[in-house]
Design a protein around this ligand. Structure first.
Ligand code: ARG
Ligand code: ZN
Ligand code: CA
Length: 243
């Protein structure tokens, strides 16, 4: 649409309890958060410190709810081995995964809020799983992960973004305009939070690809936008989603 990426989203709800069978309003609240966070329309975007105002990004990718598929199950938790994506294990196979983003909403367990498949993997398991207690901004969503940022973070992974600390001490996220972080940050760190890594010392703890509480994360960077946008152009590994 107008040269912009608009991603249809299929939401696969796997429920045992009535609470797990989340409402359409809760699902739509998550789509609304994705649209805000990926278009610099989140109300907390203005809280980005001036140190980072030159690199804070309007990613310019939008999302539209395509369909909701619901399935009653007897499983109490689904884990992180893609069981929810397979009919052979009682789950739901993705719908049109080369042209639609599939979300699975279920109880994952083990303290995991969500997980994503990076680009380049099998289309049969492509998409993002989000625990039903950490999706959207209403209904069963649970503080401090009640602002829909788990899906923002996981869709970041689905669009090829790495954790900002590079999953190592002073590791690399392969993005040059994000500072090198010592490690993951949790809670809502006071600003400024300093790293001892080589490079610019003030960490970008408010980046969606850190591990802070939902209210502590409110920006992508321009370098992250470049990595994500590259997937959707001709030759990119998600080019089938169109531009
Ligand atoms: N994969 C991460 C986890 O399960 C997601 C972290 C999301 N962070 C957040 N504030 N919502 O721990
Ligand atoms: Zn992550
Ligand atoms: Ca970096």
């Amino acid at each position: 649409v107008n040269g912009k990426v608009q991603i249809p989203v299929v939401v696969n709800v796997l429920y045992r309890t009535t609470a797990e069978n989340i409402s359409l309003a809760q699902i739509q609240s998550q789509i609304d958060v994705l649209n805000k966070d990926f278009n610099a329309a989140n109300s907390d975007f203005t809280s980005v410190p001036s140190l980072f105002s030159g690199v804070k990004a309007n990613v310019g990718i939008s999302f539209v709810l395509d369909q909701v598929i619901r399935k009653s199950t007897t499983k109490t938790s689904w884990g992180t081995t893609d069981a929810m994506k397979k009919t052979t294990s009682g789950g739901l196979a993705p719908t049109s995964p080369t042209t639609k983003l599939n979300l699975w909403v279920c109880t994952i367990g083990g303290g995991i809020l969500g997980y994503a498949q990076f680009p380049g993997g099998s289309s049969s398991t492509d998409g993002v799983a989000i625990d039903s207690k950490y999706i959207g901004t209403t209904g069963t969503t649970t503080y401090p992960y009640n602002l829909g940022r788990t899906a923002t973070h996981e869709v970041g992974h689905w669009m090829n973004l790495r954790h900002i600390w590079g999953d190592a001490t002073c590791g690399s996220d392969l993005v040059s305009d994000t500072p090198t972080h010592n490690t993951a940050n949790y809670g809502v760190p006071a600003y400024p939070h300093y790293s001892t890594c080589t490079g610019t010392p003030v960490e970008m703890t408010m980046n969606y690809m850190d591990y802070t509480d939902d209210r502590g994360m409110y920006m992508f960077s321009n370098g992250q936008k470049s990595r994500m946008s590259a997937l959707f152009v001709s030759g990119g590994s998600r080019a089938s989603f169109g531009i």
